[in-house]
Design a protein around this ligand. Structure first.
Ligand code: COA
Length: 218
């Protein structure tokens, strides 16, 4: 490992390698990244940065607004159907492990002892502007993540969370509204049933308000 690192360091200062780095940067700017999966219906706003597009999976009817940064080394990022990420969000799947004898300048580049965990966003989630999703976080179906929040753990389905670290302040819908909503969005076998939702609400949303409404004004 040390040998590879030394080799990399030598190469980094070698002129053709610098040219190669410039070529890679230009390629990233002007070409569509080769994602692990990106549906034809996905919309991506630029500027957009993904350090490892092949580990990024963007499913049907998803949208990433401009300014997103997906910083990945070995982890994966999955954005499931109907979900949207607002402007300026950051997704990070890794953590460096401070290691005796290795300066940060080297550690950050070599990824020695890194810990990586996938970041998963389930269906129909709204991630507000400038949110940060950290390594290992898993956002349940239908959640709302308030602007500028930081999420670093599991968030239950239909939660509205805000702050750093994000905490639950409400549910997105009531149980009745979720049943109605899911009947329109998902085939029968993908829907949450009433028993599951009652259990969810008694665990996480006791005496909390829900923020959704039943219909829209035309
Ligand atoms: C999460 C959100 C939807 C909640 O909206 P809401 O139901 O109207 O919530 P309220 O404004 O009544 O706020 C409820 C509480 O949460 C707090 N809060 C709301 N949003 C917050 C946020 N993003 N960060 C920290 N706290 C927040 C409020 O200060 C309030 O706290 P209090 O009860 O102690 O006074 C909204 O605040 C939000 O962040 N929206 C995202 C907007 C966005 O990013 N749009 C991008 C375009 S797609």
């Amino acid at each position: 490992m040390k040998l590879i690192w030394l080799l990399k360091r030598k190469l980094c200062n070698y002129f053709p390698f610098r040219l190669y780095q410039i070529y890679i940067r230009l390629k990233n700017i002007f070409s569509t990244p080769a994602f692990g999966y990106c549906s034809a219906s996905t919309q991506i706003g630029y500027p957009f940065l993904a350090t490892k597009p092949k580990n990024v999976f963007l499913y049907e009817y998803t949208r990433i607004n401009p300014g997103a940064k997906i910083i990945i080394y070995t982890g994966k990022f999955k954005l499931k159907k109907y979900s949207e990420i607002a402007y300026g969000c950051t997704i990070i799947t890794g953590n460096h492990t401070p290691t005796v004898g290795i300066p940060q300048y080297v550690l950050g580049h070599s990824h020695i002892n890194d810990r990586e965990n996938d970041v998963i966003v389930e269906e129909d989630v709204w991630i507000g502007a400038n949110v940060t999703l950290l390594s290992g976080c898993h956002i349940g179906r239908g959640c709302v993540i308030g602007a500028c929040s930081l999420v670093n753990k599991e968030i239950p389905p239909y939660a509205v969370v805000v702050g750093i670290p994000a905490r639950i302040i409400a549910s997105k819908f009531s149980i009745e509204q979720i049943l109605k909503h899911e009947a329109k969005l998902y085939p029968f076998n993908e829907r949450f049933n009433r028993d599951y939702l009652e259990n969810l609400f008694s665990t996480y949303y006791k005496e909390m308000r829900s923020i959704g409404v039943d219909s829209f004004d035309i």
